[in-house]
Design a protein around this ligand. Structure first.
Ligand SMILES: Cc1cc2nc3c(=O)[nH]c(=O)nc-3n(C[C@H](O)[C@H](O)[C@H](O)COP(=O)(O)O)c2cc1C
Length: 320
């Protein structure tokens, strides 16, 4: 049976979330999704490091582009106290600026839920398995972003239909994240029973996204089989287009990195190292080609993406 859509809960017109994307979530893209009747989600590292906004001013800038609700993504893994503190600061500023929708990923979202519910806000958590979903529900979240094996970014292992079957008994809104690049995929996610969808890759190939034109062209050209998983960006598998560069460089980390990434005592630090290194390399090269050109993150939805369009056109062609 179809669960009710997330539109009432989030006060939006269509059940479409513009997923946070490091480094692709520029403020104009976030605003365009909200302006079109979905809800755009801010990725704070993209806003501050990549797009160089002071966090509060960045949110205020988005407000000048659309009055509609926006969300904020918080990666709340506890491996770095400093990063956790930064997340707390971003959360407070976002609440002050009127943001009432949060998508947490990694870690235990209980402290975010406790803080956000005081302001009447909503928290959804990214999950890939029933086990993680159970923990998130225990933390009090209002809904789950169900990241499947077709997703861009850190993909899950399960197919959309299997993940829905595993999680439906939690009786919270389930959002399908992964593999939605065209109207057919959008409709089939809702037909499966999902309460909404979260989109990443399709919105990179949009007019408003400031990613390099070569990146967008690679998305249009790629087919499903061109998507491979690499551990070279953050130490955990990330979906990328298998470009000539990827084929030469390979997708596995070296033996030493693998040891640190898998050892229980060092894995958090190793992941943090890979993530921070990717932020640092990107700061050097965003918009100039370089490292960013080497990794085109994208999910299997590439096969349904045929043109670069304004976000408003994409959304209206799916919902009409
Ligand atoms: C380039 C890229 C970067 C992403 N970065 C993040 C991120 O920083 N935080 C997050 O929660 N999800 C991130 N995601 C996941 C998206 O928010 C979304 O769940 C996913 O892209 C959905 O799959 P799709 O690409 O097939 O639409 C990223 C996805 C992509 C493609």
């Amino acid at each position: 049976m179809q669960q009710s859509l997330i539109t009432d809960l989030l006060k939006i017109r269509y059940p479409i979330i513009g997923g946070a994307m490091y480094p692709c979530s520029n403020p104009e893209l976030v605003a365009a999704v909200s302006a079109a009747g979905g809800i755009g989600v801010v990725q704070p590292i993209s806003l501050t490091y990549v797009n160089k906004y002071d966090f509060r001013k960045g949110l205020q800038y988005i407000r000048t582009l659309t009055p509609n609700p926006i969300g904020l993504n918080l990666l709340i893994e506890k491996s770095s106290q400093k990063y956790l503190e930064k997340n707390k600061e971003w959360l407070e500023i976002a609440l002050e600026e009127g943001v009432r929708f949060f998508i947490t990923a990694l870690g235990n979202p209980d402290w975010v839920v406790k803080r956000v519910e005081k302001e009447g806000g909503i928290v959804f958590h990214d999950v890939t398995t029933k086990e993680w979903a159970k923990k998130a529900i225990g933390g009090g979240v209002n809904g789950l972003i169900c990241v499947n094996s077709r997703a861009g970014g850190h993909a899950g292992d399960e197919k959309p239909q299997d993940l829905f079957r595993d999680l439906k008994d939690f009786n919270v809104p389930l959002v399908c994240a992964g593999g939605i690049g065209d109207r057919k995929a959008y409709e089939s996610a809702l037909t499966l029973g999902y309460s909404g969808v979260q989109i990443g890759t399709r919105f990179i190939a949009s007019k408003e996204c400031t990613a390099h034109e070569d990146y967008k062209a690679a998305i249009l050209k790629a087919e499903e089989d061109d998507i491979v998983l690499t551990k070279k960006i953050t130490g955990v598998p990330v979906a990328v287009i298998n470009t000539g560069y990827m084929k030469v460089r390979g997708s596995e980390t070296g033996v030493v990195s693998k040891f640190f990434l898998e050892h229980p005592k060092t894995k958090h630090y190793a992941r943090m190292f890979f993530s921070l290194r990717s932020v640092w390399q990107l700061k050097q090269s965003w918009g100039k080609g370089g490292d960013y050109k080497e990794f085109y993150q994208a999910g299997k939805s590439v096969s349904g993406i045929k043109s670069i369009q304004p976000v408003g056109e994409i959304i209206s062609s799916w919902v009409k």
